[in-house]
Design a protein around this ligand. Structure first.
Ligand code: HEC
Length: 106
């Protein structure tokens, strides 16, 4: 029995850390990765630049490292023009928020 619990702990708890899981989810959230638009750590990035009628147009995704949890959840549950709609669980959104905001603390 002691052996059983030992193995169980290693596999279920310690196999990947909360941070590793959150990072994985960020680049593969059942849909286009957040990193593709918001940058590897949520710092934001330019998605595309083009010229329309002689004017330069820049499409960018904002920095999301300092968004409150409330606004973060809101952004992931409403429809956007550029950002796709995701169908994430509360736990997944929590994990994503943890990932981008914990990067800022380093
Ligand atoms: C195709 C590009 C694209 C992808 C992929 C994308 N986003 Fe966005 N996101 C945007 C753009 C553009 C905005 C700002 C305009 C808007 O709200 O639509 C935005 C806005 C946001 C905001 C609101 C920021 C604020 O200041 O309130 C959050 C939070 C966010 N995204 C998180 C995510 C997360 C988490 C993912 C992955 C599950 C993701 N986004 C995937 C383009 C993207």
């Amino acid at each position: 029995m002691v052996l059983f619990f030992g193995i169980h702990d290693v596999c279920a708890e310690d196999f990947i850390t909360k941070m590793e899981y959150a990072k994985m989810l960020y680049s593969n959230p059942r849909g286009i990765g957040c990193n593709k638009c918001h940058g590897e750590k949520g710092e934001g990035s330019i998605i595309s630049e083009y010229t329309h009628k002689g004017k330069k147009v820049v499409i960018s995704a904002p920095n999301i490292t300092a968004v409150s949890k409330e606004n973060f959840f809101k952004a992931l549950t409403v429809q956007h023009k550029i950002m796709p709609t995701y169908f994430l669980t509360t736990q997944e959104m929590d994990s994503l928020h943890y990932y981008v905001s914990s990067e800022v603390k380093k």
